[in-house]
Design a protein around this ligand. Structure first.
Ligand code: SAJ
Length: 424
């Protein structure tokens, strides 16, 4: 199969770097996004998201004529769908349900421009069975073409599920170097998809079927969630028992077959806190550990807030302070993890929002990666480390940014949710 034009549907955190990676290998890339501002920004050689090194690659690709962004899909040899798969807000007491409307809309949007011999790859994280669902949907739209679920190896269109595995903050190198799972609906679908990824991927392209590939992606993130839940549960138990959980984990990890992850204020981002629900939604009666891990990680911010309340109480008592208004609280870090500026689904944000609601005194926020606070945190004051460290009575470390490592406030009470200041 010869691939000279590749179309990427969805130019977000995954689609945009992927488009740039193909274009950097001198492939003609047509990026499609429903957002006109995104399309215009990219065609100006700029980017609408933050990722180290990405703007330069996109700028070069656009200027050299290998990459353009458009609103409506155009014919291509291969189509790669990388649109969001959020979940619907939980409406009953069961579990959040996946919202596949963006995948469906993307599939319907490419259907009119599909031609015999095309390859369609789904990259969005999805519940098991979504690739087959997409094939059926495309077949509904195009009864003049044949698809793998009815025609197997003889189909006109090839379809594969190939999950992304890149880590925000290190996208460019992980995109190129990580191994890829290639889940073709047939063997030739896998072969065609592997050929496309090999254009820029230096890692191995490992073939399987589409359902296994979908489950692999969900398992990777659920595995991390479950392991973080163990660390978070241990942090609560150790707190009750007066044990330093970080020292305990460090020494336990000295065992050759133990590797406990790090506790924190909760699990954030748009992947690990979401994807395990896609497993639960397919197998609600069997996914017990996975569901419980989600519950433990979702509850961790509430536990931190209870800690803050109790430290406020003891500070009032010990310092004989008359009014809670005289207590100032500093929160260090807002992003969902260290050394990035991404605030989406951040447990630090939920904790700071709650503190702002309940606390009548001053709230200072130190977040070296942003220039202004999000609107709903406007009641707080964004400041630098030294000012907060000097002025606050209570210091809450929420993100282990490099700026906070080995640099801790010398006065006041400390709540360290990441274990980098506990050596005072
Ligand atoms: N976290 C902890 N303790 C730890 C590790 C992480 O509390 O020991 C927290 C972080 O602070 C953060 C959250 O978990 O709030 C998620 O961070 P992360 O670095 O574990 O993962 P993400 O969401 O940035 O990226 C994950 C990656 N998946 C895995 O490592 C299995 C990435 O490879 C995926 O491509 C990405 O999800 C995705 O898009 O699915």
């Amino acid at each position: 199969m010869s691939v000279s034009i590749i179309s990427i549907i969805g130019l977000g955190y995954i689609g945009l770097p992927t488009a740039a990676a193909f274009a950097s290998k001198k492939k003609k890339v047509i990026g499609v996004d429903i957002n006109e501002d995104t399309v215009n920004t990219i065609n100006d050689g700029k980017i609408h998201i933050t990722e180290p090194g990405l703007e330069l690659t996109v700028n070069e690709a656009v200027n050299k004529g290998y990459f353009k962004a458009v609103i409506e899909p155009e014919p291509a040899d291969a189509f790669l769908i990388a649109v969001p798969t959020p979940f619907f807000p939980q409406q009953d007491d069961t579990y959040p349900k996946p919202d596949l409307s963006y995948v469906e809309a993307a599939a319907r949007s490419i259907a009119p421009v599909l031609n015999k011999g095309n390859l369609v790859i789904l990259e969005s994280t999805c519940p098991v069975g979504t690739t087959e669902l997409m094939a059926k949907l495309l077949a509904e739209e195009r009864d003049d073409l044949s698809f793998p679920h009815t025609h197997g190896e003889d189909s006109d269109i090839r379809i594969a599920y190939c999950p992304e595995r890149i880590l925000p903050g290190n996208v460019i190198s992980e995109l190129i170097d990580n191994d890829r799972v290639i889940g073709g609906m047939t063997k030739s679908c896998s072969e065609a998809a592997a050929e496309v990824y090999k254009i820029f991927v230096k890692g191995n392209c490992m073939s399987t079927d589409s359902r296994t590939a979908e489950m692999i992606k969900l398992t990777e993130n659920a595995s991390r969630d479950v392991n973080i839940a163990l660390a978070n549960e241990l942090s609560i138990i150790c707190d009750e028992l007066g044990i330093d959980v970080w020292e305990m984990i460090r020494l336990a990890n000295n065992h050759p077959r133990v590797n406990i992850l790090q506790p924190g204020p909760g699990v954030g981002g748009h992947c690990i806190a979401v994807d395990p629900w896609f497993i639960v939604s397919k197998s609600p009666n069997s996914a017990n550990l996975i569901r419980e891990a989600r519950r433990i990680n979702d509850n961790k911010p509430h536990w931190v807030i209870e800690k803050v309340k109790s430290v406020i109480k003891s500070t009032i008592h010990e310092k004989k302070i008359n009014s809670i208004k005289d207590i100032s609280i500093a929160c260090y870090g807002l992003s969902f993890k260290a050394n990035i500026e991404d605030l989406r689904e951040s447990p630090a944000i939920s904790i700071v929002s709650y503190i702002l609601e309940m606390h009548q005194g001053k709230v200072l926020v130190v977040e070296p990666n942003i220039e202004k606070l999000p609107n709903h945190l406007k009641k707080a004051e964004l400041t630098d480390f030294n000012n907060a460290a000097k002025k606050a009575d209570i210091h809450i470390l929420l993100v282990d940014h490099r700026e906070f490592q080995g640099n801790q406030p010398l006065r006041g009470e400390i709540i360290d949710t990441r274990g980098i200041w506990n050596d005072r």
